[in-house]
Design a protein around this ligand. Structure first.
Ligand SMILES: Cc1cc2nc3c(=O)[nH]c(=O)nc-3n(C[C@H](O)[C@H](O)[C@H](O)COP(=O)(O)OP(=O)(O)OC[C@H]3O[C@@H](n4cnc5c(N)ncnc54)[C@H](O)[C@@H]3O)c2cc1C
Length: 220
């Protein structure tokens, strides 16, 4: 079985960590890996578009058992990896797109957004990213900086829990769908998060005229 080797680690919040691994295989933005050996296999979306050096990013929730294992893995250590697999993909870089993510569901969304803007820097893309607390809006600085560089990319962070200091958008990402759909022509939709969020978006997006073949998603 192929393995990936840990190169770098950076805490994203108390809840999640950004890990950079060296891989020997290629992947397509949106795919995931199955990590671990017999009896302890866990799925993780690759959080980066393909890079020439075959390094890849993971965005890992560290509150569970396997997350803790990855969070304490020594730099240079290897983890068994199966895949990459999964159907979530960039559908068409020429088209406008809506992106929705919650929690570590940002991982494949970040990968596809990177691939989308690399192929079409002027793409019309809007990202609605939700977390319970503002500090768990992983990669927020990165998305804000991207929005400054790319005038057609708009970042909409939203916080669903109690947070007296948060001055921005509130509620779950699905609550902002109506606004996301306003005044725009046809577009694709990419989304990832908990099962309930994904099922809700599938139905609401179809009802709003974005059919299944224009949706690409992953459920956690
Ligand atoms: C296709 C696919 C892709 C996925 N990609 C990712 C990814 O990119 N990143 C990612 O983090 N996960 C991802 N997941 C989910 C991940 O595979 C599962 O959550 C897995 O169970 C995590 O394993 P674990 O042993 O760390 O957590 P478990 O011990 O199995 O716990 C499951 C989850 O419960 C929650 N939890 C556990 N303990 C606590 C606690 N004390 N307090 C609060 N919450 C707690 C955490 O969210 C934890 O991840 C993906 C799942 C699928 C199916």
């Amino acid at each position: 079985m192929p393995a990936i080797r840990l190169l770098r680690r950076r805490a994203l919040s108390a809840q999640a960590v950004h890990l950079v691994f060296q891989a020997e295989f290629e992947h397509v933005a949106g795919q995931y890996l199955a990590l671990g050996g017999a009896g302890r296999k866990r799925y993780y979306s690759i959080a980066s578009a393909p890079r020439a050096d075959r390094t890849l990013d993971l965005c890992v929730d560290v509150r569970g058992d396997f997350g803790q294992y990855l969070n304490t893995l020594a730099l240079g250590a290897e983890v068994e990896a199966e895949g990459p697999a999964g159907k979530m993909r960039l559908l068409d870089a020429r088209r406008a797109a809506l992106y929705f993510a919650a929690g570590t569901g940002i991982a494949p969304v970040r990968a596809i957004l990177q691939a989308h803007l690399a192929a079409n820097p002027d793409a019309d893309a809007r990202l609605f990213f939700g977390a319970r607390r503002a500090q768990d809006l992983f990669y927020r600085d990165e998305f804000e900086a991207l929005a400054e560089r790319r005038p057609n990319f708009v970042f909409h962070p939203t916080v669903s829990g109690e947070d007296p200091h948060w001055r921005g958008r509130r509620g779950r990402v699905s609550a902002h769908l109506e606004e996301a759909l306003q005044g725009r022509g046809s577009r694709d939709a990419y989304f990832c998060g908990p099962r309930e969020m994904v099922e809700r978006l599938k139905i609401d997006l179809a009802a709003a005229g974005i059919p299944d073949e224009r949706q690409s998603y992953e459920r956690y």
